[in-house]
Unconditional design. Structure first.
Length: 355
């Protein structure tokens, strides 16, 4: 957490507030289970007004999408054998994610042990996005697994099978491919230079203030002019550009010339020294629209162990993909288009992966 480590370069109040944030994030890293909930604290009218500022005529956000975004929440919970800060991928024993909408869960998945469990509210998603899915009752029998998914039921997939299929699609061992090369990463020296540059920039541009109550709750507010902060941050990264992965040209001050330079703030809520909420106020970034409130809110709590849902239908990857084709094109159309040819390695190369 760069912000928490900037205090030594700033005022006495920054020092005290920064140390408290540093301790709070250290405590989070010591947990073996943790849960996050992310949502927008706003309303549909405010979102539509903000979108109208940036959209071309005829491309404005629909009321349905605005309502979805204003009511949506993303919840994530993880469990690990080790403290979170020291955990590698293999240390996580369970994970759950849920996207909630105005009327309940729109999408949910749970990774428990050796299986991934998934369900969606296809009708609600289709209605809100303007791209309705066919009713499950109208799908052919060949669309068994996909039909189950559209009905809102849980399906169950083998994690091992998904990993093997994913390796085949990307050319890794398992289905005869070559071992993929690791992407570029930061060495220890570059990481230190990057952290030091960010700490210095944030310390010079961010003010920290504290306020508290008698019940152990304390608020630490970080405030900075938006355009100045992002310009200085990327300016600090510029000397390190050739050492960073990707090699793409970084934005310059010219690219941020039209960005608002109003002060934005992030409020960190601590309860007995533990972080419980972060709220970033974005309302002041609006140019013409004046939203009553617009904040990105992250709530933190102790994670509950995700449980395997009862009654899930176990399917394999090929069955699910075949049933999706049958559901989208109809049994006869799918047979005519794709025949009985099984999925081969590379057939879906480049598609987004969930594992």
């Amino acid at each position: 957490m760069v912000l928490a480590g900037t205090a030594a370069c700033g005022t006495v109040e920054n020092l005290s507030a920064g140390q408290k944030l540093d301790n709070a994030f250290d405590k989070l890293g010591e947990e073996r289970s943790i849960a996050f909930e992310l949502d927008l604290d706003t309303d549909a009218k405010s979102l539509m007004a903000l979108d109208a500022e940036a959209s071309e005529p005829g491309e404005e956000m629909t009321p349905e999408i605005a309502e979805l975004l204003s009511e949506a929440t993303i919840s994530v919970s993880v469990q690990s054998r080790k403290p979170i800060a020291k955990s590698e991928e293999e240390d996580f024993t369970a994970m759950a994610m849920k996207v909630g909408g105005p009327d309940g869960a729109l999408l949910e998945y749970r990774l428990v042990g050796d299986y991934l469990y998934v369900r969606i509210d296809a009708a609600a998603l289709g209605e809100m996005t303007g791209s309705p899915m066919p009713p499950a009752s109208e799908l052919p029998d060949e669309a068994g697994a996909f039909k189950k998914l559209l009905e809102g039921g849980w399906i169950k997939l083998s994690k091992k099978e998904m990993e093997q299929t994913g390796k085949g699609m990307t050319g890794a061992p398992g289905l005869g491919g070559e071992e993929p090369t690791d992407g570029p990463s930061l060495d220890a020296g570059t990481q230190k230079k990057l952290t030091d540059a960010l700490k210095k920039t944030v310390a010079e541009n961010v003010d920290l203030t504290t306020s508290g109550g008698s019940d152990g709750t304390e608020h630490i507010t970080a405030t900075a002019p938006f355009r100045t902060l992002v310009t200085e941050l990327f300016g600090a990264l510029k000397p390190l550009q050739n050492e960073l992965p990707g090699g793409e040209e970084l934005p310059t001050a010219k690219d941020f010339a039209d960005a608002p330079d109003k002060k934005v703030s992030a409020d960190f809520t601590l309860k007995n020294g533990e972080l419980t909420e972060v709220s970033v106020d974005l309302a002041k970034l609006a140019e013409k629209a004046k939203p009553k409130k617009l904040a990105l809110v992250l709530r933190v709590s102790e994670g509950e162990k995700p449980e395997a849902p009862a009654g899930a239908t176990e399917v394999n990857i090929e069955e699910l993909m075949t049933s999706m084709l049958s559901g989208a094109f109809g049994g006869a159309a799918a047979d005519e288009e794709f025949g009985d040819v099984p999925l081969e390695e590379g057939d879906l190369a480049g598609d987004a992966q969930m594992w």
